[in-house]
Structures are given as C-alpha cells and as structure tokens.
Design a protein around this ligand. Structure first.
Ligand code: S3P
Length: 181
C-alpha cells in the first residue's frame, strides 16, 4: 500500500479530452481502480447526467458533483476521471489532498466537438446548434483554470495509448515508489 506516497491520479480537462478512456487504460496499467466522477454521480442520484440537468437543473448537478468528488478524493490507489466542469472551478486544483497528482488533458474545441458527437445527447451543455461556439466560449474561460493542474498533456493528435504512456512516464519519474507499492 502507498500510505504516504501517491494514491490518486486525477485527470481534468474539457468534455472529449479523453479523461475516461485514458483513465481506464492508465488504471489498468497501474493495477489501480478507475472511478469516473459522472458515473459516481449517476449512481448516487439514480439518474443519468442528462436527466439530472433536465429535471433538477445544473445547480443541483454541481452541488452533487461537489459532494461526490470530496468522497472520491479520499479513495486510495485510484485514477479519477473528473467531469469537465469540476476542474474548472477556481481553487480546486490548488487544494488537492496530499497523495494526489493532477493532469490536464488538453483538447481544442473542434476536436472536443467531433469526439463528443460520438455520444449524441450525453452532454447537456453541448446539446445545442451552436455547440462549437459554446465549446470555444467555455474553453476560453476554463483553460486557465485547468492549467493549474500539475501537468498538462496534449491529446489533440494522440491516441489513448500515447496519452496514457506520456502520463505513465511522468508518474514513474516523479513517483517511482508506485512500481513497488
Ligand atoms: C460537464 C462535463 C461532463 C458532465 C456534465 C458537465 C462540463 O463530463 O460532468 O455534462 O461542465 O464540462 P465529461 O467531461 O466527462 O464529459
């Protein structure tokens, strides 16, 4: 067990940046669990994210997201895939519990839109005619805050495997104890 060392790898970034697919692959490589914030919120609420937005509103979703994420940030030996809005709240990435390392998966608005189009209706904030414009607007506000993660990894022209390898290289260099723990 890694009582004092690294226990959490937190992935932040915009919708479509690959947090879930990279997170799963990374967790697999580390032999750790992968937990997706949205998935945990859906379990806690007994409703899907689009249902929560539609029936309870974004504010309700955000407060549930805040509560659930606090619990997840105390789990051990986990890769955490946050929701795109979670890591865009000022102050969160600079106040992470010890034993947590954070990575910003960077993506452009057009790439985010083309990746998220593979799951139509899954992301209420982009479920609109001017989705590209909205993604650009949100990214312009959010990128400086995502940028407070400790590391930034570009995902634009990279496969899930490539992004995962780059993160693993950093983790093994910075936290060599994870190999033996
Ligand atoms: C959101 C991102 C989504 C989900 C919700 C809101 C956001 O998660 O939490 O639709 O505000 O960017 P993903 O980034 O996993 O798609």
């Amino acid at each position: 067990m890694t009582a004092d060392g690294l226990n959490r790898v937190l992935l932040v970034g915009f919708m479509g940046s690959g947090k879930t697919s990279v997170g799963r692959t990374l967790a697999d490589r580390l032999g750790w669990r992968f937990i997706d914030f949205d998935n945990a919120i859906e379990k806690a609420a007994g409703a899907s994210i689009p249902e929560l937005f539609e029936k309870r509103g974004e504010q309700y979703f955000r407060s549930l997201e805040a509560t659930v994420s606090e619990r997840l940030l105390s789990e051990m030996r986990v890769v955490l895939g946050s929701g795109g809005g979670w890591g865009s709240v000022p102050g969160r990435l600079t106040a992470l519990p010890s034993g947590t390392d954070s990575f910003w998966l960077r993506v452009s608005a057009p790439t985010a839109i083309s990746r998220t189009a593979e799951e139509p209706g899954a992301r209420p904030l982009l479920d609109r005619d001017d989705a590209l414009r909205e993604a650009s607007r949100l990214l312009a506000m959010r990128d400086p805050i995502y940028g407070q993660a400790r590391w930034a990894v570009d995902t634009e022209h990279s496969s899930v495997e490539d992004v995962t390898s780059r993160i693993l290289d950093i983790l093994l260099r910075e936290h060599p104890e994870i190999l033996t723990s």
